[in-house]
Ligand binder design. Structure first.
Ligand code: DQA
Length: 142
């Protein structure tokens, strides 16, 4: 089984982007950790990143079309703004787990609403790169 791991805007800059908030791991580091754990769980991960909302929507549709077991989605700032991503999650039967490195509820008020979270199966946030690993554990058990 395959788990799609979709990452939104600015997450290509992980490692150098506000490391006091997001940590020093790069997205490649996180992808490596996910691949190692996925192997142990007898799963495959397909890790992608885009700064473009439409790509994330296309990839959600693709996850369903490909029969992916689940999607881990860190939509970055689109989390808080995108009705289109909310609708795309609702439009597919594939379970989507919302992931964040930081805990948006402990940050600025504009991060307190998650349109992604209102459509997702569940959310894991606040554990840095480990949020992705915890979400993979959850996806493996769905
Ligand atoms: C984030 C949290 C969002 O509020 C922010 O816009 C991001 C990263 C996180 O992983 O903590 O880009 O999704």
């Amino acid at each position: 089984d395959t788990i799609f791991v979709l990452n939104g805007p600015n997450l290509n800059l992980l490692g150098t982007r506000e490391p006091e908030i997001y940590g020093s791991d790069t997205l490649d580091d996180i992808a490596g950790m996910l691949e190692d754990r996925a192997r142990e769980l007898d799963l495959e991960v397909e890790v992608r990143q885009s700064n473009h909302e439409g790509h994330l929507i296309d990839w959600l549709h693709e996850a369903q079309a490909d029969g992916a077991k689940a999607v881990l989605l860190n939509a970055g700032a689109f989390t808080h703004t995108s009705v289109a991503l909310h609708d795309a999650i609702k439009a597919i039967a594939t379970p989507v787990i919302e992931v964040h490195l930081s805990n948006p509820h402990a940050r600025e008020p504009f991060r307190h609403v998650s349109l992604v979270g209102q459509a997702a199966k569940g959310t894991i946030a606040g554990f840095g790169g480990m949020s992705y690993l915890l979400a993979l554990e959850a996806a493996a058990r769905l």
